[in-house]
Design a protein around this ligand. Structure first.
Ligand code: SAM
Length: 372
């Protein structure tokens, strides 16, 4: 039996007038009410975005990072990681393989660097991938999303001019207190928000997201995160559970707690569902971190309103060195195995793969059309 509060919150989503209390009520609803929230999110997904799942081949091209985020396994301060940066040819080949597979889009992700050598490498890879991936199937070339952290406006403009058209930069949390607890003082929430604005003004379709289950994070924090996504008019959302990494300051403080992990997985799925209900037409990723929590985590994400999956396309020889959190799945499977496995999983859900398509969010398409 639905509670009255839940009933009004779902109605507010339907009418597009959701406020903080509604979002908090949806996030905190009981497991019993969780079924109605999940089903509502799936219905909204099908109505606004259709049933297709968009693939983005993920190429983690460097784990060198200038940042020292207290939660991240590839933070600069972790001396136990073997650092790598793939060469231009290897990055381009990995992306072209994705295009041949019909992925339609790739994500180039790395640790954060702002030196000219890195910027030039990224820029030249984007340019070459674009040029070489143009074909009858993909006349505009493969869609390129970048996820290489905070950069200057000028750098964003160079990346956009080279041909990247989407950019992911997670805000991690919108709570100023929590942000300050999980980052060193030289990294700031204000600077991330400014980067999101700069990206949008540069012309990118912009995505952000948060980690779920951070120590000290409350449901109210998460409710404000969702309202922030809406206020910033984001096109894409990528969220996932926080998973401890023992070689980080935050990970060292976390004790193994299977029950706690289950709660974080449930909350992550609830966040996806509620984000879908509130934002409706954005793209939402079923992130790999969900699968680190549960073997069927990504399928669960898709059933809670997600519509994007990022199959591994990073060369196996370096994949183990790119672990922001522990237990990252798909470490040894070849890129072909990763593809086959995901296609089967998607079919099993009665959904289909969107092939040879950039797979921009309905939200971005409407926003761009409004401007024309
Ligand atoms: N440098 C790029 C950036 O800052 O956007 C991308 C690399 S960074 C490793 C990608 C994301 O990994 C982060 O935005 C963060 O949300 C996630 N991440 C890092 N450590 C994590 C952890 N312990 N658990 C879950 N996600 C984590």
């Amino acid at each position: 039996m639905r509670s009255e509060k839940l009933h009004f919150a779902l109605q507010a989503c339907e009418e597009g007038g959701v406020d903080f209390d509604d979002v908090a009520a949806l996030l905190m609803a009981t497991d019993e009410d969780g079924g109605a929230i999940r089903a509502g999110a799936e219905e909204v997904l099908l109505r606004y975005c259709g049933s297709k799942v968009r693939f983005r081949g993920l190429v983690e091209f460097s784990n060198v990072c200038r940042c020292d985020c207290f939660y991240c396994g590839i933070r600069a301060g972790n001396r136990e990681v073997q650092r790598y940066t793939l060469g231009r040819e290897e990055i381009v080949e990995a992306a072209l393989w994705c295009a041949e597979q019909g992925y339609g889009s790739v994500v180039l992700q790395s640790g954060e660097r702002r030196d000219e050598e890195f910027i030039r490498l990224t820029e030249s890879c984007v340019r070459e991938i674009k040029e070489r991936s143009r074909s009858a199937r993909l006349p505009r070339g493969v869609g390129i999303t970048l996820c290489v952290g905070e950069q200057t406006r000028e750098t964003y403009a160079r990346f956009f001019a080279a041909g990247a058209h989407r950019y992911l930069l997670r805000i991690e949390t919108t709570s100023p207190e929590l942000f300050a607890k999980i980052h060193p003082p030289r990294q700031s929430l204000e600077s991330r928000i400014q980067c999101l604005r700069d990206l949008r003004e540069t012309g990118f379709q912009v995505g952000t997201g948060v980690m779920i289950g951070l120590p000290g994070q409350t449901a109210a924090d998460l409710a404000r995160d969702i309202l922030f996504f809406r206020e910033m008019d984001m096109d894409m959302i990528g969220m996932g559970p926080f998973i401890a990494h023992r070689q980080t300051p935050l990970g060292k403080q976390i004790k193994d707690d299977p029950e706690g992990k289950r709660r974080i997985l449930d909350l992550s799925l609830r966040m996806i569902a509620v984000t879908r209900l509130v934002l409706r037409d954005v793209n939402i990723a079923a992130t790999t971190a969900l699968q680190a929590m549960h073997p069927l985590g990504r399928e669960m994400g898709l059933r809670h309103g997600a519509n994007v999956i990022m199959p591994q396309a990073t060369p196996v020889r370096v994949r183990r060195n790119y672990q922001p959190y522990e237990g990252k799945p798909c470490m040894d499977e070849s890129v072909t195995q990763c593809r086959g496995c995901l296609v089967e999983r998607i079919k099993g859900l009665g959904r289909e793969l969107s092939a040879d398509d950039w797979g921009d969010s309905a939200h971005a398409i409407c926003r761009i059309n409004r401007k024309i």
